[in-house]
Design a protein around this ligand. Structure first.
Ligand code: ADP
Ligand code: MG
Length: 198
């Protein structure tokens, strides 16, 4: 356990994610994931489609990993379900691999979503829904409620973090607000650790 804790010091959530694609693919293959295609990502990670239809994300975002670990085993309606989180330690880098449910991003009405982002501050959604009964506003309220119940932090201003599930909006790319607390450390200890042998 000691050597694993030592590796924690290498994780810095502010560091730009710069592991090359080939390395990412080889890590995923060594964990047994059968990847069909790369979906894309941002500054802190990259997403892939698995042959069973799940999404596998590889990231150095500790907040994302802890949030995901805390959701394993929960049957969520408005957030993407999480199946497995693995911390991969390879020489002096540590990454997290998150396997989760895929939400439908193809049939998402991006314009409708963007209109809502443009028109409203999500903080006022409650009031807005009374005067503007748009189904996405209603779904936002549900997403916020489920996130609150599970102590999840959402990025509600980025349309790239939404998809559809059971005919309504669903959010992914989740984080936590208690990153520097003991609770975060405790959840992190629950994450499976995989040490790459070179
Ligand atoms: N659970 C998911 N269901 C469907 N698509 C997803 C899911 N998670 C990620 N994606 C796709 O991968 C892209 C990047 O994932 P995201 O978790 O938002 O990464 P980043 O931290 O780089 O923003 C998303 O914009 C989306 O297209
Ligand atoms: Mg995102």
């Amino acid at each position: 356990m000691k050597h694993i804790q030592k590796f924690n010091s290498f994780i810095n959530e502010d560091v730009y994610f710069n592991v090359n694609k080939q390395k990412q693919m080889s890590i995923l293959a060594s964990l047994g994931y059968n990847i069909i295609k790369a979906i894309g990502g941002g500054s802190y990670g990259n997403c892939f489609l698995e042959d069973n239809g799940n999404i596998v994300k590889i990231t150095n975002d500790r907040s994302n990993a802890i949030a995901s670990q805390s959701l394993i085993g929960k049957n969520l309606e408005y957030l993407s379900n999480v199946y497995r989180v693995i911390k991969v330690v390879d020489n002096n880098i540590a990454l997290y691999v998150i396997e989760m449910e895929s939400c439908d991003t193809k049939n998402l009405d991006k314009n409708k979503l963007k209109n809502i982002f443009n028109l409203f501050s999500y903080k006022k959604m409650n009031v807005i829904y009374k005067i503007y009964p748009n189904s996405y506003v209603r779904d936002f309220l549900k997403i916020q409620e489920e996130a609150r119940e599970n102590e999840i932090r959402l990025d509600l201003q980025n349309s790239g973090n939404f998809g559809l599930k059971n005919g309504h909006l669903c959010a992914f790319d989740l984080g936590i607000n208690y990153l520097h607390s003991n609770k975060a450390k405790m959840i992190e200890q629950e994450i499976e650790v995989y040490i790459e042998k070179n």
